[in-house]
Design a binder for this molecule. Structure first.
Ligand code: P71
Length: 458
């Protein structure tokens, strides 16, 4: 079956309400045309992020009741630690409250000012944490990643030649580690192939540079390997994951994605010296090493979520549900990034709204229209998020891609919800001429998309 039905039934429900267009028109105006300022209760289908938004299973909720809230040595920590070790094979496991803390701890011990940290594409928080250490974060993904129409099966792959050249240019002593984001969120949730990870590993071995995975969506990446990479079709996703991690020296993890929980993360690694330094820092900023900023019950939910995410019935449905939405849109001619990635659909706003110049934020204009007309919340990944002033000429530099992301929370929405989303977007596409551009009336000096206020251009 191309699109299997939900491999779960629903035991608890949360009511969602569709507001009227008049209510939403008022709400979006009050929100300064920024959907980060809209109360979530006024949203019908919330596709802002797949992070921390999963529905936990009955098994996870049962585990929450078995939380041991001892300050030190909670039994849930041992369960969490043995689960992470079993799945990844890494020797040290450091719990954190979410992914960015794992990044911060790792870079605090590994990265010095002036260093260079390559990645396929750094996620925002990873880049910010590298730059916070006064090091440079460079993106070395293959060129196909920047072409929304390229159907390359592993658009998250690292460009080995770019990587080799970067290391040669800056010198291996200034590259403390290399990262690979699986799946590559900023490039559309695109997977990295096993062959690519192996080749990156071989190249780094010749320089003695460690490799770390940004593993938030590792199970989705491994499912794509099973589907697309010759030689992996009859391996289990758990086996594929074990091989993937075997090429790395450690990983950072936001369990808010493939951990199937609402909060949690970890850093796992092999190096004893780094692990010791990280633990000292953890105690200073996060908590004792057997809870790391989480309650015992949260650790139990992560331990159980990490097992559940490797269930292939779940993954087949999950990847299929995202692909199903993509196929409905694609068949109707809505321009989307292809192939569809693991956790989200990305609409190409430049092609959706060719009449709105990038200076008038076509991506954000589409986000506003989706909310106002249909109560759907998406997020802009384009000029509002990334445009920068040239420090010399003062001229605005716009990003190549102007995208709108529809991130699909795990186990939360049914296929009927996906139909609603597709029908809404297809109708909006037919009426796209009516959508108007926006201008900024307030912006913060950094990360402006979270708090910016805008108005519609009449
Ligand atoms: C996403 C998020 C959540 C997010 C974070 C910041 C701004 C907007 C949205 C988080 C990731 C991620 C990757 C590849 C690390 C983190 C940070 N993604 N790496 O996509 O996708 O994890 O949020 O647990 O700290 O909406 P954290």
């Amino acid at each position: 079956m191309q699109f299997p039905a939900e491999p779960f039934k629903i035991k608890v429900v949360e009511r969602i309400r569709k507001t009227t267009r008049e209510e939403r028109d008022e709400l979006i105006r009050k929100a300064g045309y920024n959907v980060f300022n809209i109360p979530a209760e006024s949203i019908y289908i919330d596709l802002l992020t797949d992070s921390g938004t999963a529905a936990m299973s009955d098994n996870q909720w049962a585990g929450m009741m078995l939380g041991d809230e001892s300050y030190a040595g909670s039994r849930n920590y041992y369960h969490f630690e043995s689960t992470v070790k079993d799945i990844t094979g890494f020797r040290h496991v450091v719990p954190t409250h979410q992914g960015r803390m794992a990044e911060n701890l790792l870079f605090s011990v590994a990265v010095k000012p002036g260093d260079v940290v390559p990645n396929n594409i750094h996620f925002d928080t990873t880049r910010a944490n590298v730059e916070h250490k006064e090091a440079k974060a460079v993106d070395l993904v293959i060129d196909e990643a920047y072409d929304p129409e390229s159907e390359h099966p592993f658009k998250g792959n690292m460009d080995l030649e770019k990587l080799r050249r970067t290391i040669e240019e800056v010198g291996p002593e200034r590259v403390p580690l290399v990262m690979l984001t699986v799946t590559n969120n900023s490039g559309g949730g695109q997977p990295v192939s096993m062959a690519n990870v192996r080749q990156v590993r071989e190249l780094l071995d010749s320089y003695g540079i460690p490799l770390f995975l940004d593993a938030c969506r590792f199970a989705e990446n491994c499912y794509f390997i099973k589907e697309r990479e010759p030689g992996y079709e009859s391996k289990s996703v758990a086996e594929i994951a074990r091989e993937l991690f075997s090429y790395a020296d450690g990983c950072t993890m936001s369990a808010k994605k493939d951990g199937l929980v609402n909060i949690g993360g970890f850093l796992a690694l092999n190096d004893d010296t780094w692990a010791e330094k990280v633990t000292h820092l953890l105690i200073l900023v996060e908590g004792f090493p057997t809870y790391g900023g989480l309650a015992g019950r949260d650790l139990e939910a992560v331990a159980r979520g990490l097992r559940e995410v490797l269930d292939e019935d779940y993954l087949r449905f999950r990847i299929g549900q995202v692909r199903y939405l993509g196929q409905l849109l694609d068949e109707a001619g809505v321009p989307i990034v292809k192939p569809v990635g693991g956790h989200a659909i990305y609409i190409d706003a430049k092609r959706f709204l060719p009449h709105i110049p990038q200076a008038q934020f076509p991506g954000q204009a589409l986000v506003v229209a989706l909310y106002r007309e249909y109560g759907i919340r998406a997020v802009e990944i384009g000029s509002l998020m990334f445009a920068k002033k040239d420090p010399e000429t003062g001229e605005e530099i716009y990003p190549d891609l102007e995208l709108v992301r529809l991130a699909i929370p795990r186990r939360v929405y049914t296929t009927m919800h996906m139909n609603y989303v597709a029908e809404s977007i297809i109708e909006l596409y037919r009426n796209r001429d009516r959508i108007r551009g926006l201008r900024i009336v307030y912006e913060a000096p950094m990360l402006r998309h979270f708090t910016a206020r805008l108005e519609e251009i009449q």
